[in-house]
Design a protein around this ligand. Structure first.
Ligand SMILES: Nc1ncnc2c1ncn2[C@@H]1O[C@H](COP(=O)(O)OP(=O)(O)OP(=O)(O)O)[C@@H](O)[C@H]1O
Ligand SMILES: [Mg+2]
Length: 308
């Protein structure tokens, strides 16, 4: 449905997006997972032709996405990271406005407004002015506006940021329902748990580059049968670097003052690692072990944790 091929974008000195490629298949929820500054929003803005790539090509249903092809915009729904709606308007009036921009009017618009209000659970407050809504309700209305014209592909930019856990669950359920009703979804997030529970396939980005793409199993296979060990405490960098020479199959992932990350196959003894660390003069304050998960994939690929 959507193909992004070798797309790059610079802002002066910043290479925001570098040679990014992925495809989104019809009917799936595709995740774009990455920390702040990874290039998620820039990628999304190029897909909806808000900004132009420096190089590369984006195709939707076989047609190149450019600002000279406004017909394509109707196939896309965008839910931006920041809520950009009229605070003085009610939900219904905001939806009428957005629907109108897409050429909807009369009875079809009315019935579509009822549909999306029900999807996001805002029927009861639909006549109240938006400025009286909670942050979570505003985000739900933002979602409803992005879907008003029943787009084939919905682009969601971190729609759950700033919502409490209950609200996040509700939002994720709404997105699942939208997907079930036939909308293909591009979902960007920096929450690993959301990517894990929501997405059929995903792409992990950092510093503007794609680090991995695949379905959940394919992505988790990247860490293979490895556990990730995070050791904090007092130690010499040189000793930390020499550990892989002392334990076969141990890999050093990242090294910082007082914190080192290793990966080690599951079949290897944890005790041996601890013994060897102590014998190498480590004063261990904490040692944590991560089983294969999106979290450990991210650690392995980037050498850092993706914290909330
Ligand atoms: N208009 C702009 N002008 C200059 N630099 C920009 C612009 N937009 C984005 N950048 C830079 O490009 C990089 C990628 O930013 P982007 O907003 O795409 O990241 P993101 O993954 O969406 O991050 P976040 O999770 O914080 O929203 C960052 O270094 C950012 O500072
Ligand atoms: Mg962003």
């Amino acid at each position: 449905m959507l193909t992004v091929s070798h797309v790059s974008k610079r802002f002066k000195d910043i290479a925001a997006v570098q040679d990014v490629s992925f495809e989104i298949r019809k009917g799936e929820i595709f995740g774009l997972l990455g920390p702040n500054g990874a290039g998620k929003t820039t990628t999304l803005n190029m897909i909806c032709s808000l900004i132009k790539p420096d190089s590369g090509r984006i195709e939707l249903d076989g047609m190149e996405v450019t600002d000279k092809n406004p017909g394509l915009r109707k196939k896309l729904g965008v839910v931006p990271q920041d809520v950009a709606l009229y605070e003085e308007f009610s939900a219904v009036d905001n939806l009428k406005f957005w629907g109108g921009l897409y050429g909807l009017k009369g009875t079809p618009l009315k019935s579509r407004i009822a549909e999306v209000l029900s999807l996001v659970g805002l029927e009861e407050r639909s006549r109240d002015r938006m400025k009286t809504y909670s942050g979570g309700m505003k985000r739900r209305l933002n979602l409803a506006c992005g879907m008003i014209h029943n787009p084939g592909l919905l682009l969601l930019d971190e729609p759950t940021v700033g919502i409490d856990p209950q609200g996040r669950h509700a939002m994720l359920d709404m997105i699942r329902r939208a997907a079930k009703s036939g909308t293909t979804i591009l979902y960007t997030t920096h929450y690993l748990d959301e990517a894990e529970s929501l997405c059929d396939r995903l792409c992990i980005m950092d510093h503007g580059r794609v680090l991995a793409t695949g379905n959940q199993d394919e992505i988790k296979r990247i860490v293979g049968e490895n556990r990730i060990f995070k050791v904090t405490g007092v130690f010499e960098a040189r000793n930390a670097e020499e550990m892989p020479g002392r334990i076969p199959e141990l890999t050093l992932l990242s090294l910082r003052p007082n914190e080192v990350l290793y990966s080690l196959p599951v079949r290897q003894q944890t005790g041996k690692l601890i013994e060897t660390l102590i014998a190498s003069g480590f004063q261990i304050e904490n040692l944590s072990i991560k089983e294969p998960s999106l979290d450990s994939v991210f650690l392995k690929l980037t050498g850092k944790e993706l914290r909330d």
